[in-house]
Ligand binder design. Structure first.
Ligand code: GGG
Length: 354
């Protein structure tokens, strides 16, 4: 028997609905593979912010440091400004635990119809490697002359050589393990005259270390168009924090629904636990209705198993999920189906029983 301490942070909105679904699937696959999960629940959320004045306690990072991994649902709640919820929990965790890689796979699953006309059955299978520690997500800036005609807001992006190089090397190393061996860089060096030319220079320098990997580079605007017109062309896409965030909502939308998109916030050195969360947010419009798609959370759980070295268990979860997605009666409304969160979860669990 192997056992893992897993911090369980459902967070807000549909995070409260999809996280239990992922845990149920992990429990089921754990039974098959002799894995015990010791769940450590944390109520860190916007609800905690309202009740106690902070989404997480001051020693939150040290409370999590000894965990093997973290499973997170979603953050954000009506009445709490979006930047407060992101900077109150997600960003401090990613940075405090040095999870500088945000890995977001995009795959068109069997049975899922891509909304792109004529592209159903396309072989969409690529990875977005998003820089997760700096870039445009910066707290350097401020607001001035509030309420006056001179009112202004400023925000400074930060791109360090150390963080830029390490995310690019991560992307190239990943591409080296795949058959297409191709890294595409998202840039905007025509409009952003300091940070993005620097990003391009580092991309050129790091790519020189990997002569066997093909490279492409596109401005983010035309890159989004390429995502839509030929998503099956991409292999590994490396992007800054903001561009990676945008691309990783667009990618899954092309591959069926953001409701199935998983993500891993990884500390590659394993000095700290990595964190696994759906790409989607708390979706207050459907929260409490029981119809949220649990697949993104379940797939994030599979990524967690893979990270923990439980490769067979991870493959079993992915296979169970893919088989469930083939059943149109089990699909949630975001995928055009009639099922609810529990129905979809049951379908995945059925594929793991026996
Ligand atoms: N489950 C992830 C979540 O709550 N996402 C909300 C969001 O806006 N995330 C932005 C980000 O990933 O930086």
């Amino acid at each position: 028997m192997k056992s893992y301490d897993i911090a369980r942070i459902p967070g807000d909105g549909i995070g409260q609905e999809v996280t239990p679904a992922a845990c149920a699937v992990l429990e089921a696959v754990g039974k098959r593979h002799g894995i015990v999960f010791r769940w450590r629940p944390f109520d860190w959320s916007c609800a905690r912010l309202k009740a106690e004045g902070a989404m997480m306690p001051q020693d939150g990072i040290s409370q999590l440091s000894g965990m093997d991994a973290i499973l997170l649902g979603a953050v954000g709640f009506p009445g709490v400004a979006d930047h407060e919820s992101l900077w109150g929990l997600l960003i401090p965790l990613r940075r405090g635990l040095q999870q500088y890689v945000n890995l977001r796979p995009v795959r068109l699953m069997p049975g899922i119809q891509s909304p792109l006309v004529g592209r159903s059955g396309a072989d969409i299978d690529f990875l977005i490697v998003r820089e997760n520690s700096e870039g445009e997500y910066s707290d350097i800036g401020g607001r001035f002359a509030d309420g006056t005609p001179a009112e202004a807001a400023f925000q400074t992006s930060v791109f360090t050589r150390a963080a830029t190089d390490r995310i690019m090397r991560y992307a190239f190393d990943l591409a080296g393990k795949r058959s297409a061996k191709h890294v595409t860089s998202a840039t905007k060096s025509n409009g952003m005259k300091h940070t993005m030319p620097f990003w391009d220079e580092r991309f050129a320098a790091i790519s020189a270390e990997y002569p066997d990997i093909a490279t492409s580079q596109y401005h983010i605007d035309i890159l989004t168009a390429h995502f839509v017109s030929h998503p099956d062309w991409f292999d590994v896409v490396v992007a800054s924090n903001l561009f990676g965030d945008i691309l990783s909502d667009l990618g899954p939308a092309i591959a069926g629904s953001i409701g199935i998109a998983p993500s891993a916030n990884i500390n590659p050195e394993r000095d700290y636990p990595s964190m696994f969360e759906p790409v989607h947010g708390s979706a207050p419009d459907i929260a409490g209705k029981g119809i949220a798609n649990p697949v993104a959370a379940i797939w994030s759980g599979a990524m967690m198993l893979d990270h923990l070295g439980e490769k067979d268990a991870a493959s079993d979860v992915e296979a169970a999920m893919e088989k469930a997605l083939l059943r149109s009666d089990c699909l949630t409304p975001d995928l055009g189906g009639p099922a609810d969160t529990k129905g979809m979860t049951r379908a995945v669990l059925d594929n793991l029983s026996g």
